[in-house]
Design a protein around this ligand. Structure first.
Ligand code: DP6
Length: 354
């Protein structure tokens, strides 16, 4: 039990019916979280950009109930999803010590994503973060006494227990997660909003265009994925390198060195995939069109000098990262040369959110 996140409700709080809503964005990691210990503690620090147009909107309706246990019904885009409830219930079991009302209310969760469910864009980060924000709001409605900052910190703490990367979706800008010795304020328990003042203006203009190379379910779930790092022959070196990369990235973010940024971020993405290829069992999550898009991107960069870089999640899609100053030429290139690698020609134009 983490004392600082204990419920602030009085022991005689009274239950009532009501509803709350929250919207939470997706995020894209620059230094990747890959590997965790018990209780959703990360094995290395990570940092991500929060996105603008890819988000989850969640409405939570609640009313008092008498029976014991959790009672949750989930609707996605208005459609009842029986299969979603167990995931939320597992989440509630992990956080019930911090929100004593969870077992005393029945919940109806109405959630929708601004991106298609089949797109392969992970909705767990934005989804868990949105629910966590709603739950903290309910605590407040029932008489909780947290300040705005404390509410966000608690939402990030709770979101982490739902899905690790979700703790970084609570804040805008760049968000770090994972305790390290070089960032004051960093913690394994919640996301830390990296100060905007430490970030060069050019990095606040970045676009993230997501090439939907392969729509559909990911072939490795995050639980299986993180477990691949247990006993992995390169695990310890990877965890060290991630922390070194983060430290280096912070200096780059301050300096405005776009090329150094791109080099580091691409290395992180390829390392994540290399780790999976060297795992037992092994996974290759890139598709032929992923590789084709990366080769074209490198060729374009060599020939034009435009600042176009990529990162990857644990899937086949490619996140194209580029500053606004080069957006015009790059977007023509995407339309003419990269779109062909997207399933049904689909890609999502997003931006970082500062
Ligand atoms: C590759 O946060 O989805 O996107 O904690 O098991 O829910 P769980 O994992 P999750 O893992 C995300 C991994 C990643 C890298 C990252 O976002 O840092």
């Amino acid at each position: 039990m983490e004392k600082q996140f204990q419920s602030t409700l009085q022991s005689n709080y009274s239950l009532q019916a009501g509803e709350v809503s929250a919207q939470s964005p997706s995020n894209i990691a620059l230094v990747k979280y890959w590997g965790k210990k018990k209780n959703q503690i990360p094995t290395n620090s990570s940092i991500s950009y929060t996105l603008t147009h890819s988000f989850t909107t969640t409405n939570l309706q609640f009313k008092p109930k008498e029976e014991k246990g959790f009672d949750v019904n989930v609707f996605l885009e208005g459609e009842y999803k029986e299969s979603f409830a167990p995931k939320i219930i597992t989440f509630f079991e992990r956080i019930t010590d911090y929100l004593p009302f969870l077992e005393q209310l029945s919940f109806e969760v109405h959630t929708s994503n601004s991106f298609p469910h089949s797109s392969g864009i992970a909705s767990s980060a934005s989804g868990m973060s949105a629910i966590a924000l709603c739950l903290v709001e309910i605590e407040q409605q029932l008489g909780g006494t947290l300040t705005e900052d404390e509410r966000l910190k608690k939402a990030s703490f709770l979101a982490r227990l739902g899905s690790g990367s979700a703790c970084r979706s609570v804040y805008k800008g760049l968000v770090e997660w994972g305790e390290n010795h070089f960032m004051e304020g960093s913690s394994d328990l919640y996301g830390f909003k990296y100060p905007d003042a430490e970030v060069h203006e050019v990095f606040k203009t970045f676009h993230d265009t997501i090439l939907l190379i392969h729509e559909g379910q990911k072939s490795v779930s995050s639980t299986v994925g993180h477990n691949l790092m247990i006993g992995h022959p390169y695990a310890e070196r990877r965890f060290e390198e991630a922390n070194e990369n983060l430290k280096q990235l912070l200096a780059i973010l301050k300096s405005g060195d776009i090329e150094a940024f791109g080099k580091l971020v691409e290395h992180e993405a390829l390392t994540l995939h290399a780790m999976m290829m060297m795992s037992d069992p092994a996974f290759i999550l890139m598709k032929p069109h992923t590789v084709a898009a990366l080769e074209k991107l490198w060729e374009f960069r060599r020939e034009t000098g435009n600042h176009l870089y990529f990162t990857l999640d644990a899937g086949a899609n490619v996140h194209l990262l580029y500053p606004a100053q080069d957006a015009e030429a790059i977007e023509i290139f995407i339309e003419e040369e990269l779109k062909q690698f997207c399933q049904n020609g689909n890609y999502i134009k997003d931006k970082v959110n500062f």
